[in-house]
Ligand binder design. Structure first.
Ligand code: PAF
Length: 287
């Protein structure tokens, strides 16, 4: 696996692969890779002949006071993970390479409706930063397909909408969340948790599961259900940011007769913000 740092080298390596008739897959990341990222690369390798990954901690998607500076940079270990998972080329640019004119970037990509609410409410500008950097990376790599984790559900919805609305000829594949044995969704931010917080953290996914059970049993009093879920999170030592039931595709607040739902939650253990979600497809209308 080659590692390149400039757009020029990246384009040359991808052009060589294309010249050999290879189908190109792309997995964008911010590094500090875990088995969830490895699963994205494995999926990419199943669907294409040449897998490009990127590692770039994108300043444009971090708000003031967020963890941009302390976000773990672990390039050597990440290179090993990518190699083992079947990656052929790693693009690991500097901030200057990605934003040569500095961070007051002129052109930005925004996907307004889907970016509002949920994580967008507590992280203003975050999804504009994500959509902008992913557009840039897509233009640099020009892949046939790209793989993203379903753990970042709202991000995946924003990227799907961006690709559709801007007619980008890229197939977007969502890969299911990889979890620890106790159910906690794998995340680079889990590394910030101390032992006590880590022990409490699976309560987020448990709360989503209990909400899903309630809905499966026919409950549609979403507000009351969510209040109960929030109380469970607080009892487990979380400071909830949001807990919501939404339509799985539009992310609009769930209506009682919606069949495709997603339950999304974000909550803090100490200063660490964890997110998770659970999709729910109801076959029969409730009685
Ligand atoms: O999900 C991430 O790691 C990032 O938001 C992404 C998609 C690599 C853009 O910086």
């Amino acid at each position: 696996m080659n590692t390149v740092k400039t757009v020029r080298e990246l384009r040359a390596a991808v052009a060589r692969a294309r010249g050999e008739g290879k189908r190109i897959a792309f997995v964008p990341t911010m590094g500090n890779l875990h088995s969830g990222h490895a699963a994205l690369v494995t999926k990419a390798a199943q669907r294409a002949d040449f897998v490009v990954a990127s590692i770039f901690v994108n300043p444009l998607q971090f708000g003031a006071g967020e963890d941009l500076d302390k976000y773990p940079r672990t390039l050597a270990a990440d290179q090993e993970t990518l190699l083992q998972a079947g990656c052929h080329l790693l693009f690991a640019p500097t901030v200057e390479e990605m934003y040569p004119d500095g961070m007051t970037v002129q052109t930005r990509v925004s996907v307004p409706q889907l970016s509002e609410g949920l994580c967008g409410a507590s992280r203003p500008g975050h999804f504009e930063g994500v959509a902008t950097v992913v557009s840039k990376l897509f233009n640099m790599v020009q892949p046939d397909l790209a793989v993203f984790g379903e753990k970042d559900y709202q991000q995946l919805a924003v990227i799907r909408a961006m690709v559709r609305d801007l007619n980008m000829p890229i197939q977007i594949i969502g890969e299911p969340t990889v979890r620890a044995e106790d159910g906690l969704a794998l995340s680079s931010r889990n590394g910030y948790l101390n032992a006590e917080q880590r022990a409490a953290a699976p309560a987020l996914y448990q709360a989503l599961g209990q909400l899903a059970d309630g809905i499966r049993r026919g409950r549609r009093d979403f507000a009351a259900l969510l209040d109960e879920g929030q109380a469970k999170l607080v009892a487990a030592g979380f400071r909830p940011d949001y807990l919501e039931v939404r339509h799985a595709l539009t992310l609009k607040p769930a209506q009682p007769d919606d069949r495709d739902l997603v339950i999304l939650g974000a909550a803090y253990q100490g200063s660490t913000r964890l997110i998770d979600n659970l999709c729910l497809h109801l076959d029969e209308p409730s009685a």
